[in-house]
Design a protein around this ligand. Structure first.
Ligand code: SF4
Ligand code: SF4
Length: 327
């Protein structure tokens, strides 16, 4: 969420609407990335994502817009699976969101061409997941290789999103090489960094040790001034080192409604689903809002506590509205 959206977000929260909506628009993905949370059994509490209804065509377009009109968010994150599998439907959905004054973010691997028309849509951002330098990325995210990404982003302004894993932290200088490559490209407007976020009890190789996490944060703080496209700041530095303790403390989780591919199933407690380890969370969205939440207005009141009161008030408003609607 952009800082400029904050006051509008408060309005939505007070009316009982989540300012941010995340929709898994398809169950399908041509990639099989190690550590992908969407296809883990715990993501939807034991129901495999692939077993949900996978809408297509007009049904998907109508379904997405119905969900959006019901929740009235400020921003919609369109995720998957791989959203570009449904690029034809997005060709209709994205202009409809722009018309409603809603910002949209399509989070993609750029495995196939990004439709040219999207670059002219004001308020639509394409976020391309690029996990490391070419050798590691290509091994993890084939067929969405560097070669394809570089071809498919021509003519667009994209945000790069990189999930840092322990493998990347094994080689000194890795993050700087990554930054140098992507910061220098005209197509890139911003670089966002997340750290791999495990489920509680998970032991996968991607998980950063506490020492790696501290080193990654220090490295990003050092790189910030030389690579202006990197999304970072002192508030984020602190938040990466001390993320929300649980979903109840996570502003991002509390203001974002996550809906899966059948357009009904709600993913809880956040986009990861299951039982994510907040203490090791590195999700850039959560970190960014955690940083804002800690900011003290007039040096006194933390923004987070105002969010907290507003969310409670909004929930009460929503309950009354639902009771009235139910007669
Ligand atoms: S592209 Fe995304 S949804 Fe597909 S396997 Fe990779 S992480 Fe999972
Ligand atoms: S986004 Fe991160 S901090 Fe927030 S609930 Fe999910 S795992 Fe926890």
């Amino acid at each position: 969420m952009h800082r400029a959206d904050l006051s509008r977000a408060w309005g939505r929260i007070l009316q009982g609407h989540p300012p941010s909506l995340s929709i898994e628009i398809t169950t399908r993905c041509p990639l099989s990335c190690p550590g992908c949370y969407a296809y883990q059994p715990e993501h939807l509490a034991g129901t495999p994502l692939e077993s949900l209804k996978d809408f297509q065509g007009d049904d998907l377009v109508r379904g997405i817009l119905e969900v959006v009109d019901r929740h009235k968010p400020l921003v919609v994150h369109l995720v998957g699976g791989e959203p570009l599998v449904r690029y034809r439907e997005l060709n209709a959905v994205l202009p409809a969101l722009v018309e409603r004054g809603i910002r949209a973010e399509v989070v993609t691997s750029a495995v196939r061409p990004i439709p040219e028309s999207w670059s002219a849509l004001d308020g639509v951002t394409v976020v391309v997941s690029i996990d490391g330098l070419q050798p590691e990325h290509d091994a993890r995210r084939k067929p969405a290789t560097y070669e394809r990404i570089l071809k498919h982003i021509v003519g667009h302004r994209i945000y790069v999103h990189c999930t840092v894993t322990s493998q990347m932290m094994e080689r000194p200088g890795y993050l700087e090489e990554f930054m140098a490559f992507w910061n220098g490209r005209d197509e890139v407007a911003q670089i966002r960094i997340s750290f791999f976020t495990p489920q509680i009890g998970e032991t996968s190789r991607e998980i950063l040790t506490p020492e790696m996490r501290r080193r990654a944060v220090a490295e990003l703080a050092r790189l910030e001034s030389g690579y202006p496209k990197l999304l970072f700041g002192d508030g984020m530095r602190k938040a990466y080192l001390d993320p929300p303790k649980d979903p109840g403390e996570c502003i991002f989780a509390r203001v974002t409604k996550c809906i899966s591919a059948d357009l009904e199933t709600v993913v809880t407690p956040c986009q990861f689903g299951g039982n994510p380890n907040c203490a090791e969370c590195g999700c850039v969205a959560s970190i960014g809002l955690h940083a804002i939440g800690r900011h003290r207005l007039a040096g006194r009141v933390p923004v987070g506590s105002i969010f907290d009161v507003s969310i409670r008030a909004g929930s009460a408003v929503r309950r009354v509205r639902e009771r009235v609607a139910a007669g």
